[in-house]
Design a protein around this ligand. Structure first.
Ligand code: SF4
Length: 633
């Protein structure tokens, strides 16, 4: 068994209630490592194309990385993969928190789940032992109650639980999975896949020490990075203001997504800033396993008629924009309440805000009536209506049933020209980052395997001038010259090819994007040394970048088999038009032809067919993926 791994992959068949443990060889681990790459191996090897995401044949895979649970800073993450019910593509979401490290300590490198149970169950995994337990008494319960009941039942309040709430059980297509009530595998509707399998939760407890090649060295580097993080302005911002720090610069520049993307100008933006949050509802901060940054907010509201439970954490930037400005809401107390509701029902806050803002615009345009909304006044700015719609979506009542399908399917069903008001890539609602001021993010949205995602690559401003942290710290990747955030020329395409692969490596290893360059000051050299000291492998960034590229090609092959084409690698129409209102009024449109040229160049740089975007046999051979060519014959 290689260092860094337990050598055990748990397989569970929920239809037959069988479990068994696979012990892969070292060559398997060295090829696929963990996280999304390992999960994609099983999805490609064991799932037939066109499997219904809600059928028992869809696989649901939980995969930490080789670094997950090591004492190095910001290594808490694990990936969940399945075919997504929201996009029909490869589905994927990473979460931090505590569950991934605990699974490693319980003696498993990953869990591969297939089949579906006839009645609700949960998995109980403790130090290498696995039980499938009855969960009818938990079905329908919100997440904090479920966590409490499982911990009481198993008489251990240190158990870590990944679970779904009612939205996952009700197959809301953007339901997510949560651990510790506030760390989410947020996107792609993977909670609905868990619901379709009648799997309420996976409870884990482990006491095994991780099998680390040179623990002393990992500890030494961890201390070195932690000291630097404490003094570093990038990490300080994250600790003091969290991701809501993003609100102020965007609203001041006039590019905070507002009123369903009809403008970036939100006059009441000050009310949504991190500084306002800190002054009003912040109760404390929290972090993930072994991370000194502690970027997570904990908020509390205790007013008559509006209470927000701090057990559910607090809103991130994405949530403040999607359930705030995007819906025209400027009351942080209500945004915090909306966040709490999404968390207890397990719904992705980005997609939730997006479908509600879409419905608000449909109401304003006369495409939906009060009869359709069940008498809810669905107008921009109506903060109570946002809360009402969250309830309806989670329980699939009235209009909530239609919106629970995600905006793409909802608009298809609704027709009447409503498609103009959705903003998605491959069926997934776009996150709250404006690609007109960050075209590299636009490329990442368009080319993402699992629909628009803001965590595919570091954002353009980290590379905008010679003093930017990306330029100072990432020369080892060949990043030598600054590129303007709004440029969409060749250099931008080359840069974002590298950056997409670089952050994909983080997803495979279990590393939080906020812990290392360019987002924080753990360096590429330190990260490499942590990997070497954990695994004992004399690896290099060359091997790691190939690993990232391998997983991107695997996802590409998966999607191609599902019928995705180059037409799906594009951006919502809104980004090809100028901003309306505010400081950027009349500016900013991305030139569509330039963007299409950039996508085509990216295909070529990746070694894909320049027209279809399909990986060539030569590229698959280069990446040790020739078995995928065989499978396609
Ligand atoms: S930086 Fe924040 S999200 Fe990342 S591991 Fe640390 S506390 Fe968790």
């Amino acid at each position: 068994m290689p260092f860094g791994y337990s050598g055990n992959i748990l397989h569970v068949n929920l239809s037959t209630k069988d479990t068994w443990i696979e012990h892969p060889k070292e060559i398997f681990y060295r090829t696929y490592w963990g996280g999304r790459a390992l999960a994609l191996y099983y999805m490609l090897d064991q799932m037939k194309p066109h499997t219904d995401p809600f059928s028992p044949d869809n696989l649901l895979i939980f995969a930490p990385g080789v670094l997950t649970g090591t004492p190095a800073p910001a290594m808490p993450r694990y990936t969940v993969c399945a075919k997504s019910p929201l996009t029909g593509a490869q589905g994927e979401a990473e979460a931090g928190g505590w569950w991934g490290p605990e699974l490693k300590k319980a003696g498993f490198d990953a869990i591969v789940i297939k089949g579906s149970s006839s009645a609700p169950v949960y998995l109980w995994i403790k130090d290498g032992q696995v039980e499938i337990k009855e969960a009818s008494h938990l079905w329908g319960k919100e997440t904090s109650m479920t966590q409490r009941l499982i911990r009481e039942e198993l008489a251990d309040d240190k158990i870590r639980i990944a679970q779904i709430g009612p939205a996952g059980e009700n197959l809301v297509r953007f339901a997510n999975i949560v651990n510790e009530l506030k760390h989410f595998n947020g996107r792609n509707g993977l909670g609905a896949v868990m619901g379709s399998k009648k799997l309420k939760a996976i409870a884990v407890r482990g006491s095994k020490l991780l099998n680390i090649y040179n623990l002393e060295k990992v500890r030494e580097i961890a201390q070195q990075i932690s000291r630097r993080i404490m003094d570093n302005p990038l990490s300080n911002d994250l600790r003091n203001l969290g991701t809501p720090a993003t609100v102020r610069p965007l609203y001041e520049a006039g590019c905070l997504p507002s009123y369903n993307w009809t403008t970036g100008y939100f006059q009441e933006g000050e009310a949504l800033t991190a500084e306002t949050l800190n002054k009003t509802i912040l109760k404390g901060t929290k972090g993930c396993y072994a991370c000194p940054i502690r970027c997570k907010r904990v908020v509390e509201v205790d007013e008559s008629g509006l209470k927000v439970d701090p057990a559910y954490g607090g809103p991130e930037y994405e949530t403040i924009a999607s359930l705030g400005s995007l819906c025209g809401v400027s009351d942080l107390n209500y945004v915090a309440k909306a966040n709490e509701l999404c968390n207890k029902y397990t719904m992705d806050t980005i997609s939730t805000g997006m479908v509600i803002a879409f419905a608000m615009q449909c109401c304003e345009e006369g495409l939906l009536t009060k009869e359709d909304t069940g008498e809810v006044e669905l107008t921009f700015g109506n903060k109570k209506a946002v809360l009402e719609m969250i309830e309806k979506i989670a329980h699939r009542e009235g209009l909530g049933d239609l919106l629970s399908q995600g905006s793409y399917l909802a608009a298809q069903k609704m027709g009447k020209g409503s498609e103009k008001f959705i903003h998605q890539v491959k069926g997934q609602e776009i996150p709250m980052h404006e690609t007109r001021i960050k075209t590299g993010v636009g490329l990442s949205y368009a080319l993402s395997d699992y629909g628009a995602d803001h965590m595919k690559a570091p954002h353009d401003p980290f590379f905008k001038d010679k003093d930017s942290v990306g330029l100072k710290e990432m020369k080892g990747l060949g990043i030598l010259e600054p590129v303007s955030p709004t440029d969409i020329e060749e250099k931008k395409v080359v840069l974002f090819k590298l950056l997409d692969i670089y952050w994909t490596v983080f997803d495979i290893l279990g590393v939080c994007d906020f812990g290392y360059v360019p987002r924080s000051l753990g360096t590429m050299e330190e990260l490499l040394e942590i990997i070497r000291s954990t695994t004992g492998w004399k690896t290099t960034w060359f091997e790691l970048m190939k690993l990232g590229e391998r997983s991107i090609n695997m996802a590409r092959v998966f999607n191609y088999r599902e019928g995705f084409t180059s037409k799906d690698d594009t951006l919502p129409e809104v980004f090809f038009h100028n901003f309306k209102g505010g400081p950027l009024d009349g500016q900013g449109a991305i030139n569509k032809e330039d963007f299409q040229k950039a996508v085509r160049l990216r295909y070529q740089l990746m070694g894909w067919n320049p027209d279809s975007g399909i990986p060539t046999p030569a590229k698959l051979i280069e990446l040790d993926l020739e078995w995928l060519i065989e499978k396609d014959k």
